[in-house]
Design a protein around this ligand. Structure first.
Ligand SMILES: [Zn+2]
Length: 283
């Protein structure tokens, strides 16, 4: 992490203030996300996560799995309480607390799991594995909350009002758990490979810029979309870094157009000339 600002030094501060208006656009905090340059430059090899991101993904997945186990543990505890007649004896509070705790752990697991998938995505070549890996949070959440919802609705020992309240709470937990577990736009190795290749074709290297709030990555740090007064920090790194940081969807169209013009490249033509890596490469 490097700061380009010099305002901490009093002398610099005066200069900074005086020149801020005119040179503000180049005085951004630049955050290097990775010093790794493209390892598979221009080749047809599928995209691979860096060793660092791979190990981060493993860590996130392990923590997610533990969080899910804890969630299911609290669900089972809740079921035992319900079956044991605790709701009739002591009211609904304990069961509601158990459901809420289970939900917190389930959602934490879901978010970590999706983050791990962005760091180390699955391949769409194995369709079933791809689906399971990307939607695992939703599957686990269904396992965690659906039995509880059914058992509450089928319980003959609690009264109608209790059934209504507990059913609604467990039902909401089911929806929130499954909702946060679903990945509507699952990342894939093929998508990362393709997007990296586009950037390499346009600029000759796998190197892009993005901001905290933006949904796109850029080829030029001078691009008007990221180099505005609203931005004070620009991140730089590979396409894979950009996509793993958060849900950054695609390449900025303005940057793409500029690169095509500057380098006299017709992207569609250039991409057709490249070997089709992901569809021909063996397993
Ligand atoms: Zn741009």
């Amino acid at each position: 992490m490097e700061s380009a600002r010099g305002e901490s030094n009093p002398e610099n501060f005066v200069i900074f203030v005086l020149t801020k208006k005119t040179i503000y656009h180049v005085r951004k905090k630049i955050t290097k996300v990775s010093s790794d340059k493209a390892s598979n430059n221009g080749s047809s090899e599928p995209w691979k996560p860096t060793a660092d991101n791979k190990s981060k993904a493993v860590t996130f997945r392990v923590i997610a799995a533990i969080a899910w186990l804890v969630a299911i543990g609290f669900e089972i505890w809740g079921i035992l309480k319900l079956r044991g007649g605790d709701v009739q004896e002591n009211g609904m509070t304990m069961l509601i607390v158990l459901i809420v705790i289970a939900l917190i752990f389930a959602v934490a697991g879901n978010l970590l799991w999706k983050k791990a998938n962005r760091l180390d995505p699955a391949s769409i070549k194995e369709k079933f594995k791809f689906w399971v890996q990307n939607q695992l949070g939703a599957i686990i959440s269904a396992i965690a909350f659906l039995p509880l919802v059914i058992l509450i609705l089928a319980d003959k020992n609690i009264d109608k009002k209790q059934k209504g309240i507990l059913g609604a709470i467990a039902g909401a937990a089911l929806l929130i758990g499954v909702g946060t577990g679903i990945d509507f736009n699952p990342p894939s190795v093929e998508q990362y490979t393709e997007e990296t290749r586009v950037v390499e074709t346009l600029t000759g290297q796998d190197f892009v810029y993005w901001t905290k709030s933006g949904k796109k990555y850029h080829l030029y740090n001078t691009c008007g979309y990221i180099n505005s007064d609203r931005t004070d920090e620009i991140f730089e790194g590979t396409v894979g870094n950009a996509k793993s940081m958060k849900k950054i969807s695609e390449l900025c169209s303005r940057c793409k157009g500029q690169a095509e013009k500057e380098n006299s490249i017709d992207l569609e033509e250039a991409m057709e000339e490249l070997p089709e890596g992901e569809s021909e490469a063996a397993g």
